[in-house]
Design a protein around this ligand. Structure first.
Ligand code: PGA
Length: 243
C-alpha cells in the first residue's frame, strides 16, 4: 500500500514568529486527520529549528526545501543532510523548478542531492515537470523522462517521493487536469519500474481540487505551494476525502 504524502512547500515565506503562529493554528486542525497519510511542511531553513520544537509530538513532519550532497565543506549558502537531521527533518525537496530555473540546477546535481539524502536516511522529494513551451511542442514526456532517468539514477525507489509538477501550473492557478496528471504519474511509475513508488502531483493544488486529484489511481499525494501558506486551506487539503 502506498501511503500518500501531503506536503506544503512554503518557499521563501514565513519568519520564525509567523511559523509558530501558523503551527498553533494548524496542529488542532489535523488532530483527527486519518493516519493513512503523511502530513509534511517544508519551511525555509531559518524556521526549521523553531518548527521542530513546536511540532514535536504531533503528526506533522518536516521537510527541507533543498539539501547538499556533502556533510560539510566550502559550499557557501548550502545546507547539509547532517545539519537537517539535527532538527528531525525527514524529507528534502530537490530539483524544484525554481532552483532549476533561477540557479540552473542540473539533473546531475539533483541526482547527487537525492542520493546523499537517501544515504543519510532523508527521503528526497524529487520534482520533475515540463514548461509551457515544452508541452506546446509535444516534448513533455521526453523532458520528464530525461529528468526521471538522470535525476533518479542509482536511487532507491522505496525511500523516495517523486513530485510531478508541470511548470505552467505552478503558482498560476492553472491546475493540470486530474486525468492528465494521473496519466503522467502512471508513466513515471512505469519508467522507474517500481509499483510502490510514491508520486505526488503539484501545481495550483487547492481545497477545491484536492479530492478529485487524490481520487486518481496513480497520484499518491500533493506538493502544495501557495495554498499551504494558510493553515485552514492546507488543513482542508491534508483532510482530503476520496469517498
Ligand atoms: P503552487 O506551487 O501550489 O503555488 O502552484 C507548487 C510548488 O511550487 O510546489
Amino acid at each position: 500500500m502506498r501511503k500518500p504524502v501531503i506536503a506544503g512547500n512554503w518557499k521563501m515565506h514565513m519568519t520564525c514568529a509567523q511559523a509558530r503562529e501558523y503551527t498553533a493554528r494548524f496542529l488542532p486542525l489535523i488532530e483527527a486527520t486519518p493516519n493513512d497519510r503523511h502530513v509534511v511542511i517544508a519551511p525555509p531553513f531559518t524556521a526549521i529549528s523553531s518548527m521542530a520544537e513546536s511540532v514535536g509530538g504531533s503528526r506533522l513532519e518536516l521537510s527541507s526545501q533543498n539539501v547538499h550532497w556533502e556533510d560539510d565543506g566550502a559550499y557557501t549558502a548550502e545546507v547539509s543532510p547532517t545539519m537537517l537531521l539535527e532538527h528531525q527533518v525527514r524529507y528534502a525537496i530537490v530539483g524544484h523548478s525554481e532552483p532549476r530555473k533561477y540557479f540552473s540546477e542540473s539533473d546531475e546535481q539533483i541526482n547527487r542531492r537525492a542520493r546523499s539524502a537517501q544515504a543519510h536516511g532523508l527521503i528526497p522529494i524529487v520534482c520533475v515537470g515540463e514548461s509551457d513551451e515544452q508541452r506546446e511542442r509535444g516534448e513533455a514526456e521526453r523532458v520528464i523522462r530525461r529528468q526521471v532517468e538522470q535525476g533518479l539514477e542509482d536511487t532507491d525507489p522505496d525511500k523516495l517521493v517523486v513530485a510531478y509538477e508541470p511548470i505552467w501550473a505552478i503558482g498560476t492557478g492553472k491546475t493540470c487536469e486530474a486525468s492528465e496528471a494521473n496519466r503522467i504519474c502512471g508513466l513515471i511509475r512505469r519508467w522507474v519500474g517500481a509499483s510502490e513508488l510514491i508520486i505526488q502531483y503539484g501545481g495550483s493544488v487547492k481545497p477545491g481540487n484536492i479530492d478529485e486529484l487524490m481520487a486518481m489511481s496513480d497520484i499518491d499525494g500533493v506538493l502544495v505551494g501557495g495554498a499551504s501558506l494558510d493553515p485552514e486551506s492546507f488543513a482542508r487539503i491534508a483532510n482530503y476525502q476520496t469517498s
